[in-house]
Ligand binder design. Structure first.
Ligand SMILES: *[C@@H]1O[C@H](CO)[C@@H](O)[C@H](O)[C@H]1NC(C)=O
Ligand SMILES: *[C@@H]1O[C@H](CO)[C@@H](O)[C@H](O)[C@H]1NC(C)=O
Length: 527
């Protein structure tokens, strides 16, 4: 693999690699009023916590890339409410940070190892693990490897997490701000153990965590310069600077993640703030419940809307929606993918509200190069306002499939070989909006919005995009060949789709001969 990173300026041959740790020399105890202590000629460091204070230390050096090892023995026994941290962090309000945090627990209950990465002050990239050993019985080695391509979290030589540099798809990566190493032991019983339910038992204080074997192989930052090890020299020195995970290491990491990962932000639906911007509506769009729920609302003065931060080029995109209940006549909730420009592509769901008790119409359409006119409309087989239901778009090179609660309801095939345009080159963003369309939406505009029922509210949750993300002209897929990318409808799914269409389809452009007196569009006659 290539190591085409830019080495920091002012490369020099000064290598810091203190194999035998000396805490006296390498760190400073910064707080805790004597609760942090260095003993055994600098070989051992202990932090302690009691009711009046915790304690902490920091490295004397700042690093711009490095491999930092620390052996730690965590607070034994009933450590509930305590948190022990080991992290790298840069100063300032747009800081970078790489975190290990050890959340204590009741005797016999497992510690949680929490990891996170912040770039320019923004974190929200938590992954949590249990450990496969008792971290209080003995010392274990926790390593942060940070180089220009990746950050690897390692426990006793086993990688547990890799955070890759994906700047090429617009994800920030820490690489410009030197960081110092910090560690602390403190009381966090308002949130740490079982979400704050279990409090620190001060009758067990003081609590103590122990450290040894601190090893810093790093590019050391001083006076505005970074000094890196000589990468041209073969051998272990400096190899961390271009290290990546080989297939064995990746296999081991997957083993840990399969068996010990207990939380992963990547699979968490609480991602609205991460994934979307509320783009209009002056406060009528809201993110609630710690980011789990998004609501749009509409009143006489305005509707509201949001859009995805990312652009996708193919994907399987799911969202659960609960539509405006009661008398929603005149309102439209749109949920669609759309590319930019005058010859845009678009894949639409639109939900046309109705009087209380009358059914919503779910409208679908596909635009290619700015041209739509491919409406199909459906009634739903459930009340879409009573609960959340999943609306999905599967968009791959073979077809576009609209799905409701996992059931395919419409398919738009790639028939380019028959001269029909297919969206495949223009990345699309996901949009949703709630707005007033009472000039046309309900019974063709006959039924107007009843503003006495305003504000109208639609709710969103459990967004999930298995998608190739497009950024700066490049598209990156989550894996080399994601399953959805080649997915086709099997016979059962096709049968189901036909059954839904025959029962619930209320309009089909393909059968609207009045509208197309010269003949319906070509794709309608190809099966
Ligand atoms: C503590 O133990 C309980 C029970 O096994 C577990 O649910 C919890 O995740 C553990 N860790 C923390 C930090 O609460
Ligand atoms: C509203 O209900 C009426 C009566 O069932 C129906 O004709 C109409 O298609 C429904 N939907 C809309 C958007 O008008």
């Amino acid at each position: 693999m290539t190591n085409n990173y830019l080495l920091p300026l002012f490369l020099s041959l000064t290598v810091i690699s203190s194999v035998s740790a000396n805490f006296q020399k390498d760190v400073e105890i910064t707080w805790g009023d004597g609760r942090g202590q260095i003993t055994n000629n600098g070989e051992l460091l202990t932090l302690s916590l009691d009711k009046s204070s915790g304690s902490g230390f920091q490295s004397k050096n700042e690093y711009l890339f490095g491999k930092i090892d620390m052996q730690m023995k965590l607070v034994p026994g009933n450590s509930a409410g305590t948190v022990t941290t080991l992290y790298l962090k840069s100063p300032g309000t747009t800081w970078d940070e790489i975190d290990f945090e050890f959340l204590g627990n009741l005797s016999g209950d497992p510690y949680t190892l929490h990891t996170n990465v912040y770039t320019q002050g923004k974190g929200d990239k938590e992954q949590q693990f249990k450990l496969w050993f008792d971290p209080t019985a003995d010392f274990h080695t926790y390593t942060i490897l940070w180089n220009p391509q990746r950050i690897i979290f390692t426990v006793d030589g086993t990688p547990i997490r890799e955070f890759k540099n994906m700047e090429s798809i617009g994800t920030l990566f820490p690489k410009n701000r030197p960081m110092r190493m910090y560690s602390s032991l403190w009381n966090a019983d308002d949130w740490a153990t079982r979400g704050g339910l279990v409090k620190t038992d001060w009758s067990k204080a003081h609590f103590t965590a122990s450290y040894r074997g601190f090893n810093q192989e790093a590019c050391v930052w001083s006076n505005g310069k970074s000094s890196c090890p000589d990468v041209s020299k073969q051998g272990t020195t400096g190899s961390w600077l271009s290290q990546e995970l080989d297939s064995t290491a990746q296999e081991r990491m997957r083993w840990v993640q399969r068996n010990y990962m207990i939380y992963n932000y990547c699979t968490d639906a609480k991602r609205f703030p991460e994934e979307f911007d509320i783009t209009w509506g002056d406060g009528r769009g809201k993110v609630l419940n710690n980011g789990e729920l998004l609501t749009l609302s509409l009143d006489r003065a305005s509707g509201s809307g949001f859009q995805s931060k990312k652009e996708y080029l193919f994907g399987k995109i799911d969202m659960q929606l609960k539509l405006v209940p009661g008398n929603s006549a005149g309102t439209v909730t749109a949920y669609y993918l759309k590319s930019k420009g005058d010859t845009w592509d678009e894949i639409d769901f639109e939900f046309l509200g109705n009087l209380t008790g009358d059914p919503y119409v779910m409208h679908t359409n596909v635009y290619t190069q700015g041209k739509g006119d491919r409406e199909q409309q459906f009634n739903l087989w459930f009340d879409p306002t009573a609960d959340f239901h999943t609306y999905s778009v599967l968009w791959n090179p073979h077809h576009i499939v609209f799905l409701v609660d996992g059931i395919a309801i419409r398919q738009f095939k790639n028939l380019e070989h028959r001269g029909i345009q297919y969206p495949k080159l223009q990345p699309m963003r996901l949009y949703s909006s709630l707005w007033n369309a009472d000039q046309w939406a309900t019974r063709g505009g006959l039924v107007k919005t009843d503003w006495s029922n305003a504000p109208f509210t639609a709710s969103y949750r459990n967004f999930r995009a298995d998608a190739c993300v497009s950024f700066a002209g490049k598209s990156s897929c989550p894996a080399s060949s994601p399953r959805w990318f080649t997915q086709k409808l099997d016979l059962t799914a096709e049968d189901k789709m036909r059954a839904v269409q025959s029962k619930f389809m209320v309009y089909n452009y393909c059968t609207d001969t009045k509208r197309f007196p010269q003949g319906v569009p070509k794709e309608c006659n190809i099966h």
